[in-house]
Design a protein around this ligand. Structure first.
Ligand code: HEC
Length: 224
């Protein structure tokens, strides 16, 4: 009896496993196929068999769903693109814009650039909301050197005295209210945040353009 049971199980297993052979373009029977095939559009996937995944699909793609048109789960091709790829290469010289539609900042980091930047208009308004956001950003990125009132007396700018010894001073942080800086424009400030200047390091990689403009607005209020 036991032998018969073992034989039956063994035979059934052999029959079932024989159905799993894979060759050429046939990947054989897959266990949990949605672990291998992505349902979402992936850039380089191009599953052109409209029935692929029909046998297990739990998702109905009615004709009313765009791109669905009755295809099964894994149909994943884009009929508008070459080779039915989902991704298209960008045209040459494409420039990425941010969510606001702004182009990347392209004014160069030199003295001519600083003069050009001086004439830029801040695209943000002077609403309380913008200024409040600017204040928070200023406190995060600038305060420790430039000080809460922009007088160059932040902890890092002024340094501290420990047991009579001056520590961690970052020399040369200016006062925003000095004659040299009182009249700088928001564009100038934006430029300096982006590229830094002399002893000040650049912050362009850490602070988004929008946030740099917010900070510039706030710095102007500190100069009053
Ligand atoms: C590590 C300290 C440090 C930090 C942080 C820092 N600065 Fe400065 N900043 C300086 C120093 C030092 C100078 C003087 C640069 C020089 O040598 O001309 C300066 C100069 C400036 C100037 C005057 C530029 C000019 O034309 O002379 C502005 C405006 C300015 N910083 C704004 C900012 C803002 C806004 C932030 C925050 C995003 C910031 N800084 C963060 C140290 C710092």
């Amino acid at each position: 009896m036991r032998l018969l049971k073992s034989l039956t199980i063994g035979f059934s297993a052999a029959v079932i496993l024989a159905g799993c052979s894979a060759e050429g373009n046939d990947q054989g029977t897959e266990y949990a196929p949605n672990m291998y095939h992505s349902v979402a559009y992936e850039p380089y996937s191009q599953i052109t068999d409209e029935d692929a995944g029909r046998w297990l699909t739990s998702i109905e793609y009615p004709a009313t769903v765009e791109g669905g048109e009755g295809h099964a789960e894994y149909y994943n091709s884009n009929r508008f693109n070459p080779n039915r790829m989902n991704m298209r290469e960008l045209p040459a010289n494409t420039v990425r814009r941010n969510a606001q539609g702004w182009l990347p900042y392209r004014i160069p980091n030199d003295s001519t650039g600083l003069r050009l930047a001086n004439r830029l208009k801040n695209p943000l308004d002077s609403s309380a909301q913008v200024l409040a956001a600017g204040k928070v950003l200023y406190e995060t990125y600038c305060d420790h050197c430039h000080g809460a009132k922009g007088e160059g007396d932040g902890k890092v700018g002024a340094g501290i005295t420990v047991d009579g010894v001056q520590k961690s001073a970052y020399a040369g942080v200016p006062n925003y209210k000095s004659d040299a800086l009182r009249n700088i424009s928001e564009g100038h400030i934006f430029h300096v945040i982006t590229y830094g200047k002399n002893l000040m390091w650049p912050h362009g990689s850490q602070i988004s353009p929008e946030d740099r403009w917010r900070i510039a607005k706030y710095v102007k209020t500190l100069q009053k």
